[in-house]
Design a protein around this ligand. Structure first.
Ligand SMILES: [Ca+2]
Length: 299
């Protein structure tokens, strides 16, 4: 149960040795193919790589987009307009009508820290043309700006400064998904919110601003999941009960029903469980895991 085995792969040195270093480094699949061919291994056709365009390419694209909100979403809470306490009006924010929003009510006074909320807004550009615009954002405390699944930039504070974060973006024709994954920081409950306005660079008109119509995303299972098989309770063979596992009612599971006696090796399964915390408070917890054979944990 302790023999962690590495998944075999082509050593990195082989990919970047002198013989191959004229190949485009970004095309790692091509590199692996090239190495395989040099070693006399026949491979099937290369699947088309889906490489997201770099931001510079995005600004030239004029194809229509139709993004939708990501995951199950709920409405945000509007905390109040620009100028409100505790943030004040020192920043001289570009749009005084923008509202501070957060995922929990009362966040202008107190909000949990280190919980990431993904604030979302879909802007429909009906013009049939791209719009060059500027995203103005003040975050209490930190986060990112994403546009149509691409990272635009990082946010951090700004309510005390004229120099709060601003980002140039290109809005495509169609439904554009703006996302602001944000989190409050600190060792105790403290104020949290984000304030956003997006302005057309040419007309200087506000295209949209943060208000109660925004959504905040929560987590969902990733697509394509299927049920696991229950193999039997803790204590069962071949694993036994020597570990004195914390919960004897826990059940051994695996994606394959015959895994007690026989399971494929070197296949990485992503086993997921969605825990819905109904308390509206942070829960500090310990994860107890026994795995045959090796594992990693994402929360
Ligand atoms: Ca804060």
């Amino acid at each position: 149960m302790t023999d962690a085995r590495a998944i075999p792969r082509i050593p990195e040195q082989a990919l970047y040795s002198t013989a191959h270093n004229k190949l485009p480094v970004s095309d790692s699949l091509g590199l692996e193919r090239h190495v395989a061919e040099m070693e006399g291994i026949k491979l099937g056709p290369v699947p088309r790589l889906r490489i997201p365009p770099a931001p510079v390419l995005l600004s030239r694209r004029t194809d229509s987009v139709s993004f939708t909100y990501e995951g199950p979403v709920q409405n945000v809470f509007s905390l109040g307009p620009f100028g409100m306490a505790p943030w004040g009006s020192t920043s001289n924010f570009t749009d005084p009508a923008a509202q501070w929003i957060w995922a929990t009510a009362g966040a202008a006074a107190d909000a949990e820290t280190y919980i990431e909320y993904r604030f979302q807004y879909i802007y429909n550009n009906p013009t049939g043309k791209i719009i060059r615009a500027t995203v103005h954002v003040i975050a209490d405390n930190v986060g990112f700006v994403f546009l149509n699944d691409e990272t635009v930039g990082k946010t951090s504070g700004g309510w005390k400064s004229f120099n709060y974060p601003k980002f140039n973006v290109t809005i495509q024709p169609g439904s554009n998904l703006f996302e602001f994954p944000s989190e409050n920081v600190g060792s105790n409950l403290n104020p949290a919110g984000i304030l956003v306005a997006v302005k057309d660079d040419e007309s200087k008109a506000v295209l949209f601003r943060s208000d109660a119509s925004w959504k905040t995303g929560s987590f969902a299972y990733e697509s394509g999941v299927q049920d696991v098989f229950a193999l039997g309770r803790y204590g069962m063979q071949p694993w036994g009960s020597q570990s004195s596992f914390v919960d004897p009612s826990a059940v051994w599971i695996w994606p394959n029903s015959s895994a007690v006696t026989r399971a494929e090796v070197y296949i990485l399964y992503r086993i997921q469980y969605l825990y819905d915390n109904p308390t509206n408070k942070t829960i500090r917890a310990t994860v107890h895991v026994i795995t045959d054979n090796s594992w990693g944990l994402c929360v």
